[in-house]
Design a protein around this ligand. Structure first.
Ligand code: TQI
Ligand code: ZN
Ligand code: ZN
Length: 169
């Protein structure tokens, strides 16, 4: 079953247009940016919010960056595997990913030759759930379940995720 963060923080429903931007310190390929776009779209399909990319990292609601190790927020990354990414509850909008992971953007993670390959879209969909106010779910099929099998891909919202997010928005 889904959970919310303490106090049930959420983005104000009166301002449903949320922007996201990528850190100017990362030079991301369009293929990588499109993975995030698809991940946001999966949530936008089931709630009355929409997400658009902004060029202004300072003012965007959701700020996405890839960082290695200690990156100044007291929650350092740890190299390959372990912590993959973290995102904070509304209205923080901070979405950080571990630059040291072997991210797979093609979606074909199961066939990667790299044992530590991690599917970017799977992690993005999960972290966006946190950014929107969902905590972890006890439902093993849910996107918000707190673990994922190695080299696996899970990007489709489960009914548990949908029920949770629709209760928030
Ligand atoms: N990062 C953890 C996560 O996003 C960070 C975290 C731990 C956390 N406890 C939390 C965030 C409580 C919010 C609330 O869950 S992670 C997965 C999964 C991680 C893990 O790098 O361990 C995914 C990131 F679910 F697969 F294990 C993304 Cl999909
Ligand atoms: Zn961070
Ligand atoms: Zn999580």
């Amino acid at each position: 079953h889904y959970t919310f963060f303490p106090g049930t923080p959420r983005w104000p429903r009166s301002r449903p247009n949320l922007t996201y931007a990528f850190s100017p310190d990362n030079q991301l390929e369009d293929q990588v940016k499109s993975v995030f776009s698809r991940a946001f779209q999966r949530w936008a399909e089931v709630i009355p919010l929409n997400f658009t990319e902004s060029d202004d990292f300072q003012t965007a609601n959701i700020r996405i960056g890839f960082f290695s190790g200690d990156h100044g927020d007291g929650e350092p990354f740890d190299g390959v595997l372990g912590t993959l990414a973290h995102a904070f509850s509304p209205p923080s909008g901070r979405f950080h990913l571990d630059l040291d992971e072997n991210w797979v953007v093609s979606g074909d993670v199961a066939n990667s030759a790299i044992a530590s390959a991690v599917d970017l879209e799977s992690v993005a969909v999960h972290e966006i759930g946190h950014l929107l106010g969902l905590g972890h779910s006890s439902d093993v099929g849910a996107i918000m379940y707190p673990t994922i099998s190695a080299r696996s891909r899970k990007v489709e919202l489960a009914s548990d995720d949908i029920e949770g997010i629709q209760q928030l928005y």
